[in-house]
Structure formats: C-alpha cells, structure tokens
Design a binder for this molecule. Sequence first.
Ligand SMILES: *Cc1c(COP(=O)(O)O)cnc(C)c1O
Length: 387
Amino acid sequence: MDFETRAIHDGQEPDPATGAVSVPIYQTSTYIQEGVGEHKGYVYSRSRNPTRVALEECLASLEGAEHGLAFSSGMGATTTIMQLVSPGQRVVCVNDVYGGTYRLFDKVLKGHGYGFEYVSVDDLNERPADVVPDGTRLVWLETPTNPLMNVVDVRAVAEAAHAAGAIVVCDATFTTPYLQRPLEQGADIVLHSTTKYLGGHSDVIGGFAATSDPELGERLRFLQNSLGAVPGPFDAWLVLRGVKTLAVRMRQHCENARRVAAFLAEHPAVELVRYPGLESHPQHAIARAQMDDFGGMISFDLAGSRDDAFAVLRSTKVWRLGESLGGVESLIEHPGLMTHASTADSPFPVPENLVRLSVGIESADDLIADLEQALAQVPAAVRASSG
Ligand SMILES: *Cc1c(COP(=O)(O)O)cnc(C)c1O
C-alpha cells in the first residue's frame, strides 16, 4: 500500500469491542488478569499500551521498519538509544546538531566518561572512513542539520561506519518518513522528535525510534521499559492523529518553503539562504539523491547585525516568534539565543545573524508579504554594503 494509506490505516484496525473507527485512548495504567499470568498481552502501561502500540505500528510501517518504539519526547528517545553505548566507547557526532542533543552529550554523558568526536558535514560526506575510525561504537547523524541545514550523505557514512563496526543513528526529524527513509539508506536506527512534523500541530511532546535489526529492536524495547521514557496514551493518540495528514501537510510545507526560499534568495537584506532545495546549496546534489523533496525548514543569514535580526523577529505578524518547528503554523526564531543557546560555548556556535524559519501551511502569499514588511527593518545602508 502507498504511504498515504498506511499513515491512515496501519496499526489502526477498528476497535474490536465497539467498532470505533478512531483508535481509543486506552487511559489505563494496568490490566486485569483472569488468573496469574493469564492476560491479553497487556500487563502494565509502561511496558505496553494499545494506543501506543497503534502509533508504534503505524510509524514503523511508514519507516519500512520491523520495530517501532514511541517515547515521551525526542530527548527521551535519544537518552534511551544512548544506553546502547557504554562509557569509554567512542561516539562520532555530526557537529551541527540539535542543541538539546549536544547538551545531553556534552553536559551529561561526557561527565560519565563517554567520548564524543564532533565532525563536520563536509568531513563526513567527503572522507567518512577517516572520521569514523575502527572501534567506533555509534555514529550520530542529523540531516538536514539543525539549524544550518547541511545535508549528510547517509549512504556514504553508513557504509564507512559499518566497515568500522559502528551503528548509525539518524535523527530524521526534519524530513519525516514522507521525504526520507534513512533505514533504506543504511542507517541502523532512525529517530524523530514527533513533537515536530509527525504530531504537526504544536500540541504534544513526543519521540520515536525505529530499527529493522532484531537485536537492536529487542534491546531498545527492553530499554524503553527499563528507562521508562514512554508517552501517555493521550499523547500517543495526538501523534497518531497528526500522522494521518502527514503527507498532505508535508506537500504544502515543501511547496511553501520553495516559494519562501526563492523570495529570500532575491532579497537584498538577506546574505545567504540555507535551503537544500536551492541549486546554490552546497549539498544540493546529495539532497536531491536521498530526499523526495526538500522539506519546510529554511535558515538564512541576515545582511546585518544581531540587533537587525532582533528587529526583524519583532516585526513579523503571521510568523510567530517561538522555538520548535514542524507545526501547521509558521514560526521564526533566532537559533543563537533560542534553540541553540546551549552550543554558544561549543567549537561550533551558530552565526549571530542567523534566522531560522519553520514554514507552515498558511498561504505562501501571506507568509512572503509578512517577511517582506519585516525585512524592511534592515537599514538600507546595510543592504547596500552586503552586495
Ligand atoms: C526538537 C528536536 C529534538 C528533541 O525533541 P523533543 O521532542 O523536543 O525532546 C531532537 N532533534 C531534532 C532535530 C529536533 O528538532
């Protein structure tokens, strides 16, 4: 079956008790047993809950994966996956990574003796065998990266990582399975913050991981239950409902982002547009090869200072100033002081004139008109000098 059909039906048979067409929210912590150990497969909701199972089966199907695991947040998924690594083992991580991931690695796990090497996207793409040495346990990828929108060549890195004996985790939050399925490209585990596009309505926090490796699947299931970072049934249901419209939403996100990126690329107050769909993007060819479309996230470097950026961010009306991304509503933010403040003292801080857009599914005309009036905040002198 096609993606759109699986998004609506997989894992979601009508309720056997009532015929309800929408998967019920099984708001229960425990399940009555007929006799000791005699039950219907459900014992306690940290281990298993029918609403969560529906979500896990649906998302696993969309990833083409054998095993799907839902978590309380993207970071809950990351924390759980990182238990596959022991202190002392080497982890190679793309150096332009979600700020919260960097914070967990650098401010929490490093202190417990984990070794992280941060590697640039260019090094990963161009000489993966050199930057993933033998004995590496895990390679952590994100593509496109947040917030600089670099694209990692998943196939090339996975090949080198496997030769070195490492497993590859790919945070595919920006693409969703609608645009890219990293497991098909060699990744061992794919991870999502379902808070973003999969939920799609900025009303839930959640995470998800999938794998087709039987050992990893079994271990992650054990860790999911042991660590306990599981979503409640209502949160699982909200994500499941969001996923039903994922395909139509993603098509509109991509279409709107294409128009917004083209508008920004021509604007004199914009120095650089970072969008993988533009032919000028340094990894446009890789993006074209591994993604079905280019997604709804755009970053751009304003021609001007941090204060000019702040003035633009204060002036938008349709674009709301806020962290997060992937919802139906358009959001604008300043990564340096907001989502990526935790990388400020890292070797790879983000530019202070960088602005990140999560392009929603409102009218593209309205989104462009709003940016047009906000960019008028950038002084004419600055624009002229930017060439
Ligand atoms: C938001 C985000 C996360 C973390 O997910 P939460 O649901 O906020 O815990 C991880 N990776 C990326 C790329 C994200 O955008």
